[in-house]
Design a protein around this ligand. Structure first.
Ligand SMILES: [Zn+2]
Ligand SMILES: [Zn+2]
Length: 376
């Protein structure tokens, strides 16, 4: 090979490599997903503790952490019945943590929802009642009365950690008669499919079978930074709420309407009707063109995919097309561009790119598909 063409080849290689290298994703702790058509995508952590029940921090820390993570919404959910710090912190008012957090969050844009964790043995185990008006009234002797009172206050109630091994030794979430009754009476509308570092496929199935809202929370007691190794790129689990606007009323409406998804580790979990719009808003085609090599235009298509979300998408090729630089799995790094070289065949200038999104889950063992018609 002549020196001249070697130089050209080197130039082409460096350009090609640059094009395929994703933008460097600077470690940014804000949790960031795009809005979907018709709705804002709000990030929420609806289950947190402070020293006002069995947590280890003062309530203002929860607000500071949420602001660092750019959350839109948090709920204050102290245990009503489990108060290990009671000898040190007298608790005449179970709404106190909420009032402290609400005051600290003022003028920050962070929405704070008043709530309580109804803390009972199984069944029904633990449940969060949020959008309540007075936590004190929910502290009752009979468990059904607590749910009845929460319902009377207009609460949105979700079943916490149904897979918690302290209450369910096998870790398999299952609906009891009492849960059935709570759902039928309209006293329970949601379920935690993700709690802290656990994910329950059985809980997801219970949500789908019983029309419950899919929820994921941190249930943080210590510090978010330590629990989720935030400095090393980790993040807390959050519920993504698809709301008509950023307000408490709109969040409540969206929760009752089941418009949520959960962001957990690198997995998105939700009903297909919410996950598909989120995937489409997150992944788009930035541009397409024919690949140029040192001899000119080839019949290999360069498709640049854009990822506007925090997820590192894992795509599995569903089409019969083969690629020039990937096998059948393509990773889209968060907030970056990824080039796929597609071989549609000689003389073909239109094709369908189709993938299964392996790190999105719409039901146990079910991953959604995403596709694009490409025309060059
Ligand atoms: Zn709990
Ligand atoms: Zn809890």
């Amino acid at each position: 090979m002549k020196k001249f063409s070697l130089l050209l080849l080197a130039q082409w290689l460096s350009t090609a490599l640059l094009a395929q290298t994703p933008h460097t994703h600077l470690p940014d702790r804000s949790i960031d997903f795009p809005d979907v058509p018709g709705y804002l995508t709000l990030t929420a952590d609806l289950h947190q503790h402070t020293v006002f029940s069995d947590g280890e921090v003062w309530p203002t820390i929860r607000v500071a952490e949420a602001l660092r993570d750019s959350l839109d919404v948090i709920a204050v959910t102290e245990h009503l019945e489990y108060l290990p710090h009671r000898d040190d912190i007298p608790l005449p008012d179970h709404n106190r943590a909420y009032h402290i957090e609400k005051e600290r969050a003022e003028k920050t844009g962070l929405l704070v929802i008043p709530g309580s964790e109804i803390t009972r043995s199984m069944p029904p185990g633990h449940a969060n009642a949020i959008f309540i008006t007075d936590a004190n009234k929910i502290k009752t002797d009979k468990v059904m009365d607590a749910f009845k009172e929460a319902h009377a206050q207009g609460a949105f109630v979700f079943w916490n950690h149904p897979n918690w091994t302290a209450q369910k030794r096998d870790g398999i979430a299952s609906l009891t008669k009492m849960h059935r009754k709570l759902i039928d009476k309209g006293y329970m509308q949601g379920i935690e499919v993700v709690n802290d570092k656990t994910y329950s496929e059985e809980a997801l199935q219970i949500a789908l079978d019983n029309n419950l809202t899919i929820i994921g929370t941190s249930d943080i007691h210590g510090l978010i930074d330590w629990e989720y190794q935030v400095a090393r790129g980790g993040h807390r689990p959050v519920t993504l709420i698809f709301a008509k606007e950023k307000s408490l009323e709109a969040v409540k409406e969206a929760l009752f309407a089941r418009r949520t998804a959960v962001w957990f580790n690198n997995t998105l979990i939700g009903r297909e009707e919410m996950l598909l719009p989120l995937l489409k808003a997150s992944i788009s085609i930035e541009r397409t063109n024919w690949l140029e090599d040192f001899r000119g235009t080839t019949e290999v298509a360069e498709v640049v995919l854009r990822n506007d979300s925090d997820a590192a998408f894992l795509l599995y090729n569903k089409s019969p097309l083969t690629f020039h630089a990937h096998d059948d799995v393509v990773m889209l790094e968060p907030h970056s561009l990824t080039t796929i070289l597609v071989k549609p065949g000689s003389g073909v200038n239109a094709f369908t790119l189709a993938f299964t999104v392996l790190n999105a889950v719409t039901a146990p063992n079910t991953h959604p598909d995403i596709s694009w018609q490409v025309q060059l």
